[in-house]
Design a protein around this ligand. Structure first.
Ligand code: HSE
Length: 317
């Protein structure tokens, strides 16, 4: 039996929603799990990309052994039904950039989990899958949209259960993902965050998250301009993302720009804008980063409304 799952990239936080807002984007990884017929071969995890640099990076950030997050996710699922995984070949292929704040780790966790769930005959429902994926990833804001698609507000409750609600992103608002040529691991990016924040900063974000939800629901661009700010993570991460402060400053007075925020833990940046003016916005981002010798790849993408899907279920035995 061989199962392949296609999983979208995700962006998280999106301004005020630290650890609770996330959105699926149409860049994909494919994770394949194959039961091998030779007993005693154990678990083999491979990466297979056209781009050898991407393979090296993936191996560096997502170790392909039993310490791997993908293995942990698969193991937790097997354990939940009293089994241990063995004789599996797991392959990761894809386009999601590694260590750029676009959910590459969430994608492999979710892909491994969904493929294993299919292989085992669906022992886990969506609630269980969300909970295992969050346990491995540490926070739900990437894994939830990777599983269910779209823009989601998601929370891990005290009993571990993940609850989420979907929001409709206005089609007329562009999401331009700006991916610099340097990496930043989520681990490092989380290590600079404080354990506690000032009350006024918590209130600042609470207000803005409320504005965000209302702004997308009513397509209120002026409200969105107020909403797309954060005091819980971005100020602490600025020093890890050279150029972010200058890009925000240089875009501040562009009429069609609703906001400029860190994508997940960074270093990619999202520019949210209304239609038109994309060339100018991209030129500002490119020039600002180029002045600092940073190359950038930019894509204006729609929301991926569909989450991870099984693309092949081949009984090979
Ligand atoms: N909410 C997480 C963070 C996303 O900001 O650390 C990491 O991808």
């Amino acid at each position: 039996m061989k199962i392949s799952v296609k999983v979208p990239a995700t962006t998280a936080n999106i301004g005020p929603g630290f650890d609770c807002l996330g959105m699926a984007l149409p860049i994909y990884n494919t994770i394949t799990i194959e039961e091998t017929v030779l007993p005693g071969t154990g678990i083999e995890i491979n990466v297979l990309n056209d781009d050898a640099t991407a393979d090296e990076l993936m191996l560096e950030h997502i170790p392909m052994d039993e310490n791997s997050i993908i293995y942990k996710a698969v193991e937790l699922l097997y354990n939940s039904i009293g089994q241990t995984p063995s004789e599996l070949k797991i392959t990761v292929q894809g386009q999601i950039p590694i260590a750029r704040g676009l959910g590459s780790s969430a994608a492999v966790i979710v892909g491994g989990l969904l493929a294993a769930n299919e292989l085992l005959g669906h022992p886990a429902d969506e609630v269980a899958l969300l909970s295992i994926a969050t346990e491995v990833e540490g926070h739900p804001d990437n894994v939830t949209p990777a599983i269910v698609g779209g823009l989601v507000l998601t929370s891990q409750e005290d009993d571990g259960r993940i609850v989420y609600t979907k929001l409709d992103w206005p089609d007329e608002w562009n999401i331009t993902v700006c991916i610099p040529d340097y990496e930043l691991s989520t681990e490092i990016s989380r290590s600079v965050l404080p354990k506690e924040v000032p009350m006024q900063d918590a209130v600042f974000n609470a207000k803005r998250l409320g504005m965000f939800v209302q702004a997308v629901n009513t397509k209120d661009a002026e409200l969105m301009k107020l909403a797309l700010h954060d005091k819980l993570h971005q100020p602490y991460r600025m020093k890890l993302v050279p150029g972010l402060d200058k890009i925000i400053e240089n875009l501040r007075h562009e009429e069609n720009v609703l906001g400029c925020v860190l994508s997940g833990a960074g270093p990619s940046i999202l520019v949210i804008s209304q239609k038109n003016n994309l060339d100018k916005i991209k030129a500002i981002v490119k020039n600002t980063w180029e002045e600092m010798n940073v190359k950038v790849n930019m894509m204006t993408l729609p929301v991926a409304n569909e989450g991870a899907i099984i693309i092949n279920n081949e009984n090979q035995i």
